[in-house]
Design a protein around this ligand. Structure first.
Ligand code: SF4
Length: 325
């Protein structure tokens, strides 16, 4: 059996930074106690457990503003997903010490929305319902921004989108770039005057492109990550739809059995941007222990071709920064 260790994979720089910010806060005796994280620092329980051991309590719930209601003193850490202005304001009113670990790529989307709304635009934001990142971005411009997850949502848009003279279409950072391109194409057909700014982050794009190229020919692609991690689930989708490989998501090596690998000639392994490296290393070691011949392939040089109906989309993402995963 040949094993393809897809690269890049695993932690992105936004997650690395957020974890480091939280660790530093926990180790600094001057940080007001108790210490809370509002929502999961990243969608991975092992990362949450690590911070818990450092004395940081993770509070989770249906929305950041609601979660914040539980905190009356000490320090709150905002996660890499970002929060709405309302949450920041409530934390200030409560007199809490605030540490903001929002990923700079998410902040860029917040700034983009604010900039366009100030210039008279309304916004169609493509994102996942119930995910904390859209919650934060939507909170920037209530009454001027609508969330779209699938084509079906386009049939139930609020009136202000239909009457908008200026319309911005933008996206969550961790979506599938191919799904998003298709949805944007449909939106362009309905709203030809819309201006499109794709905000899928560089880390998400290169991980998806790596899987789309390197999992081709694999009998099985193993994606290591938490079930709540959007970018992890998108990697499964990319492996199946773009690379044509059967794909499974596992949380840890405990989810893997020799039977799952039996008869496989080639297995590709990757991990979501919120998956700690040691979890993925354990999976690789297990597969190696089954008699695998390991092959590390270089990062992809080009994006896999899109279907003919997928129009090119404008990208504001900075593709020059280093990938720290
Ligand atoms: S996936 Fe992208 S936007 Fe999200 S934390 Fe990582 S780098 Fe930032």
């Amino acid at each position: 059996m040949e094993v393809i260790k897809v690269t890049p994979r695993g932690y992105c720089y936004g997650v690395v930074d957020a974890m480091e910010i939280a660790r530093r806060a926990a180790k600094d005796p001057a940080t007001p106690r108790p210490l809370y994280i509002i929502g999961l620092i990243v969608h991975n329980r092992f990362a949450v457990d690590e911070l818990s051991q450092l004395g940081i309590t993770t509070l989770d719930g249906p929305g950041r503003a609601t979660i914040l209601e539980q905190v009356t003193e000490g320090t709150v850490i905002f996660t890499a997903h970002g929060v709405s202005p309302l949450v920041k304001q409530r934390a200030r009113i409560r007199g809490l010490n605030v540490i903001d670990a929002t990923c700079p790529d998410v902040t860029k989307t917040h700034d983009l929305v604010n900039d366009f709304v100030a210039r008279g635009y309304d916004v169609l934001y493509i994102g996942k319902k119930g995910h904390p990142e859209p919650e934060g971005v939507l909170g920037e411009a209530p009454g001027h921004i609508a969330l779209v997850e699938t084509e079906h949502d386009l049939d139930a848009l609020p009136a202000f989108i239909h009457t908008a003279e200026r319309l911005l279409v933008t996206t969550q950072t961790t979506l599938s770039q191919w799904d998003t391109a298709r949805l944007i194409q449909t939106i362009r057909e309905r709203f030809p005057h819309a201006e499109v700014q794709n905000e899928i982050c560089h880390a998400t794009q290169v991980r998806q492109e790596a899987v789309a190229r390197m999992a081709v020919g694999a009998d099985l692609t193993i994606v290591v990550g938490d079930p709540r991690s959007n970018n992890t689930n998108r990697l499964v989708q990319v492996a199946e739809e773009l690379a044509g490989s059967r794909a499974i998501r596992i949380e840890t090596v405990a989810d893997l059995t020799p039977e799952m690998l039996a008869g496989k000639r080639r297995v590709a392994i990757t991990a979501g941007a919120s998956t700690p490296s040691q979890i993925t290393r354990e999976v690789i070691r297990f597969v190696e222990s089954q008699g695998a011949r390991v092959r590390v392939m270089p990062a992809p040089a080009e994006v896999p071709p899109m279907a003919p109906n997928e129009a090119p989309i404008a990208t504001t993402g900075d593709s020059t920064y280093p990938d720290l995963s």
